[in-house]
Design a binder for this molecule. Sequence first.
Ligand code: CS2
Ligand code: MG
Length: 407
Amino acid sequence: MSKPDRIAAVDVLVTSPTRNFVTLKITTEQGLVGWGDATLNGRELAVASYLRDHLAPLLIGRDPARIEDTWQYLYRGAYWRRGPVTMTSVGAVDLALWDIKGKAAGLPVYQLLGGAVRDRILSYTHATGWDIPQLLDSLDARLAQGFRAVRAQTGVPGLDIVYGVSKDGAAYEPAGRGLAPVEETWDTDAYLRHAPEALAAARSHLGPEVKLLHDAHHRLTPNQAARLGRSVEDLDLFWLEDVTPAENQEVLRTVRAKTTVPLAIGEVFHTVWECQSLITEQLIDYVRCCVTHAGGISHLRRIAALADIWQIQLGPHGPSDVSPVALAASLHVGLATPNFAIQEYMGYAPLVHEVFPHAWTYEDGHLHPGEAPGLGIEVDEELAARHPYEPAYLPVARRRDGSMTDW
Ligand code: CS2
Ligand code: MG
């Protein structure tokens, strides 16, 4: 038997090519390099420190082939387990080790996961308009790019800024650069008066076949969520996302009992345990966990396996605030996992594609991880270094009376 390889170096890159990304680089004694994404929007440096200060020393000298054992070691070994910072860090290590294993084997990661169960992965993107005519134009632009599944968000009359809508026509990016978050005003009643009308206009514009999605971004009470669900039931939504704040899982029973609209939840979950009762009670239709924020490929596969038993599908988070490295990993899972329904794909600024050259491709509304060994990602470290970290935060939201609410 040949001598096992060993982890020789662990480096963390924090770069801001238009927005911040945290990238993990693991190098082995035999010279293999594995990449992982560790971006946690608005809390980037906490993850960078967790990786640099706490995980890097534990990883040096370990056998990179022992992915599951390393996962268990980092998860169980923390004692203070779970949570976004820990699970994003563990996820980044997991991605980098799968990348190394693929490169060592000369195979794309999806082959190591059992091989392709589909030829390509359906993707959805975002359409956004300040008002309904602008939204319809944006939908047309997305269809022209080949998408056949689109998330529709609009402004709300009376509100200046609304989640998911870019004001200047540029691609939507929630985080704002600066030392403190932007404060937005939110009004749920105004939203509930407007959203069904906007979604109905979107559906009649698109016709019956295009998949239509909507994200309520954790802002409704269970009763409001049920009311919204009922009011859009005949629009045949693919899913309604994050109707209620994700911590309060019991309330999904109320929502579920009152509406048949398909529900998607999970972008802010980090482990299978947060999904457990939603899955086993069939309170959702789609799990949205992200491959990086939920502990990597190894853990997302576990979530998928539990969901599969209950006929629940995966539709992972894939906004522009997780890097092309995360998207690559999600696509390898997607190609090899039977109950993987759809991948969110917002796209990236050209500079982001340059910093992270990738084998994955988008064509005709579908994504494919490519055939390069490992995850199929490279990182232009020099270019990344020319764009250092800049403080940026997700917005916060206040009601009209000034009190804080969920953003
Ligand atoms: C959103 C995200 O894509 C989505 O479904 O909810 O854009 C989310 O707001 C951001 O990832 C937050 O960083
Ligand atoms: Mg969302």
